[in-house]
Design a protein. Structure first.
Length: 825
């Protein structure tokens, strides 16, 4: 009769959910559970007898067991025995019935060997099923090592294996047979395995729960992240048998599957969302021309009913429905179907443009599928084609006036050139508008745009339908005129244009008067290259503007040379600014009562190393055209302030400002910095502006003037009396000085009207309480005249021409004269 201990051991062995075999040091079988016999010797379990050797059992298995396979021959037996002797770790094998067992063999210190055979069949089946459903899973469960513990009804240790300690990370000292259940629990509690809280309370609660000996199954996540499945089963004789299985990989696999399922779900959702949010229609048909899938855009493009586009719908039915509704491209549905059949059978990609009712166009791109079906995208290109047409038009036309542009004109000239040999001569006329910049500056750019459109309309009425009018940019236009009667035809057209554009324009209650100048080049006399002809016409235009504006000029060969001279002047002008070739000359301002010098006007001079002294009348207009006048003007302000810093503190310096400088946002800062750097009092700086600055009469201009005056700078109106509204400008801003234009002083002895104007300006200045200065005084008679008229100051050649700073300082300020006033000798 078996002892109680043997019964308990038998219970342990039988409760193990795996095949169990134990051999002693002589490899004789001392224990074997039912699962082992059932798996290895199905139907012949009794053949396994305690006491037989493992080799006898192995050969018996290979020879007679239904579970043995053909490959389990003598060589296999030798390899198996050798593997057992090596004890080199768990391994797996498949039995004849398909069962997969994982075998773990451990050699004990007493020489005995324990073999555990875990049934992996179900797990492998799960893995294979998972492999079929998702290729993403690459984790294969290769081994499951279980820990085993058994406690009796008093919770004393009956038995446990090392894997139990390893899985739950218990120290070796707890591996003693005398260890109790609560020792393990207390160790876990003290290391925080159960979370925060009183460890004694945690131990009591878990021991009380264990004493109930109820079946249980739960998982514990170890601090290292591993997951251990703990399964407890009440033992027949009392107590509890518990298995501990590392299911970390299994849980990770489940999480991966769940994540993959979620990804697939999200991918499908994104795919469906992408389909229904495509700007193109999409449809997929099988080899039998049945619809597999289509998106919302496809249905909307053709306004198809829902029941017609369900999966399985025939392509032919969709086409015939559209034909019955009256779609243009379906007027002959059979030919349309035949055409598609050819495309499908060809197996080649294709593209077709369909025109629908309402002038809608659909671009259909067809792509054959390997299975004989096809997928096609349908894009509404109606707006794209309209945009392309518009872009093509815009590429050759001016957006403001809708006239052809330079590119279009050049193409037309190229087309006209071959006709020269057939007697079809032509001319090119270039023109720009006089005073257009003045219009922009006075009434604003929107009005300037309206003026350009009005000019374009008038030009259309001046030419024939066969002529081409182009806007080259800004206020520049060109006309291509094909006529055998050249240059007469060009002359008549140019005259007509000058007359028509000289007539006033009415723009939103603003009457605008401009004019134009026209330059003409005739082919082939003036060239046969499009660019050269346009260039020659432009040079003729430049000549017309210089000759008085409002006229036309034909191109002459010497114009090219003049234009080259001007280009060279531009180049030299830019270099001069970089090389500091400019200097300031100063002309005295004299008090007519005391003959004392009150200040000097700074005048810009250019001394070119090869050209010599270049007249301001020659280079200032060019500087304005090429955008150099603003930086040049800033330099003048800075230089004049620095030079004036060496004069007596009562001596002023006057500087002219151009309209371009007033359009520059940095003007006030420039003046402020010049005063700060030179340290002269603001009252010593006098800024002279012409009426052209006030033609830009707007809040910004006045704000700048007031900012300068608030700074202490004096503001003078230069060339007074030459404009149209001189008196009105005196009301717009409180000037400190009026400088009457030199032309009135020059005509004093010849024109009675000049004398009246000179006296009137003097009286006006006295009434307003501002200084009046006479410019251009060259004779004693003129001096006495303006003094008698009431002028406060004068300047001119009678006193001195403008001279360099060194000469001025040498004559008027030969030594320190702070506070001392200078009289004329």
């Amino acid at each position: 009769m078996d002892s109680p201990l043997e019964c308990q051991l038998t219970d342990i062995v039988e409760s193990i959910p795996a095949g169990f075999l134990m051999c002693d040091a002589q490899e004789r079988i001392v224990a074997c559970n039912s699962l082992y016999k059932k798996w290895f010797f199905p139907g012949m379990e009794d053949i396994v007898v305690l006491g037989m050797t493992f080799e006898e059992l192995l050969r018996l298995f290979a020879a007679k067991s239904p579970s043995a396979t053909d490959r389990m021959d003598a060589d296999w037996i030798e390899r198996r025995l050798a593997k057992r002797r090596r004890s080199d770790g768990p391994f797996e094998h498949r039995l004849a019935d398909g069962r997969v067992l994982r075998t773990s063999e451990k050699r004990n210190e007493d020489g005995s060997t324990i073999s555990i055979h875990v049934d992996m069949t179900e797990l492998y089946g799960q893995k294979e099923a998972a492999d079929r459903t998702s290729k993403q899973l690459q984790v294969i469960l290769k081994s499951i090592d279980q820990g085993i513990s058994m406690f009796d009804k008093d919770l004393d240790v009956v038995a446990f294996n090392p894997r139990f300690l390893e899985l739950l990370d218990f120290p070796p000292e707890l591996g003693d047979a005398a260890t109790k259940f609560d020792d393990f629990i207390r160790y876990n509690a003290e290391r925080g395995e159960y979370g925060d809280g009183d460890s004694d309370q945690q131990v009591r609660e878990r021991v009380d729960l264990a004493k109930q000996f109820q079946p249980h199954l739960f998982e514990r996540v170890r601090p290292d992240g591993s997951v251990v499945e703990i399964r407890g089963t009440p033992a027949p004789g009392g107590g509890m048998v518990t298995t501990y299985t590392d299911v970390t990989e299994h849980r990770r696999y489940e999480e991966a599957l769940l994540k993959r399922d979620q990804e697939l779900t999200e991918q499908n959702e994104r795919f469906n969302a992408a389909l229904d949010n495509m700007s193109q229609g999409l449809c997929l048909f099988d080899r039998n021309r049945r619809l597999l899938v289509c998106n919302r855009r496809y249905i909307e493009l053709y306004d198809l009913p829902e029941e017609l586009v369900k999966p399985g719908a025939l392509f032919d039915d969709i086409v015939r429905f559209r034909e019955q509704r009256g779609d243009q491209e379906c007027s002959d549905p059979q030919s349309y179907l035949d055409e598609w059949k050819e495309i499908i059978e060809s197996g080649e990609p294709g593209m077709k443009i369909q025109t629908l009712i309402g002038d809608r166009t659909i671009a259909v791109n067809h792509q054959p599928m390997p299975n004989g079906g096809w997928v096609s995208t349908h894009e509404d290109t109606t707006e794209i084609q309209r945009i392309q047409a518009r872009l093509a038009h815009m590429a050759h036309h001016d957006s403001l006036t809708n006239l052809p542009n330079r590119t279009f004109l050049r193409e037309r000239v190229e087309m006209a050139i071959p006709g020269i040999g057939r007697g079809q001569n032509f001319s090119i006329m270039c023109l720009d508008l006089d005073r257009f910049k003045h219009v922009n500056d006075t009434i604003g750019h929107p009005m300037g745009d309206k003026l350009l459109k009005a000019v374009a309309d008038r030009l259309r009425n001046c030419v024939r339908e066969t002529d081409t009018i182009a806007r080259l940019g800004g206020d520049e236009f060109a006309i291509l005129q094909i006529s055998n009667d050249q240059p007469k035809a060009a002359k008549l057209t140019a005259q007509r244009i000058c007359e028509v554009l000289a007539e006033p324009f009415d723009l939103d209650n603003h009457q605008v008067v401009i004019g134009t100048s026209v330059g003409i080049a005739v082919a082939p006399e003036d060239g046969v290259d499009p660019d050269q002809l346009i260039k020659n016409a432009d040079m003729a235009l430049y000549r017309a503007k210089n000759d008085g504006r409002g006229i036309y000029r034909f191109f002459e060969a010497e114009m090219d040379a003049r234009m080259q001279i001007r280009r060279n002047l531009e180049i030299d002008l830019r270099k001069a600014f970089q090389k500091d070739e400019f200097e300031l000359h100063y002309q005295p301002l004299v008090d007519l009562e005391t003959d004392e010098i009150t200040g000097f006007e700074a005048l810009l001079r250019w001394s070119h190393p090869e050209r010599g002294n270049v007249s301001p009348a020659e280079f200032i207009p060019v500087a304005e055209e090429i955008g150099l006048i603003v930086p040049l003007g800033e330099w003048v302000v800075r230089r004049a302030c620095v030079d004036a810093a060496g004069w007596p503190t009562h001596t002023k310096v006057a500087v002219n400002l151009s309209p371009a400088q007033f359009r520059n946002d940095e003007l006030v800062n420039t003046v402020f910095n010049a005063l700060a750097t030179s340290r002269i009092a603001p009252q010593r700086l006098e800024l002279e502006i012409t009426e052209h600055v006030l033609l830009q009469h707007n809040e910004t201009t006045l704000a700048k003037l007031h900012a300068l005056r608030d700074m202490g700078v004096r503001i003078a109106m230069d060339d007074f009396g030459t404009g149209y509204s001189s008196l009105s400008y005196l009301r717009s801003f409180p000037f400190d000085k009026i400088k009457i234009d030199r032309s009135f002083i020059k005509d004093l002895s010849n024109q009675e009207e000049a004398d009246v104007i000179v006296k009137a300006v003097a009286g006006l200045s006295q009434d307003l309480g501002i200084t009046a200065t006479a410019e251009g005084v060259e004779t004693e008679n003129q001096r006495e005249h303006v003094k008698a008229a009431g002028y406060s100051e004068m300047q001119g050649f009678l006193i001195s021409p403008a001279r360099p700073i060194d000469e001025i300082n040498a004559e008027y300020f030969p030594q320190p004269t702070a506070g001392k006033k200078r009289r004329l000798a």
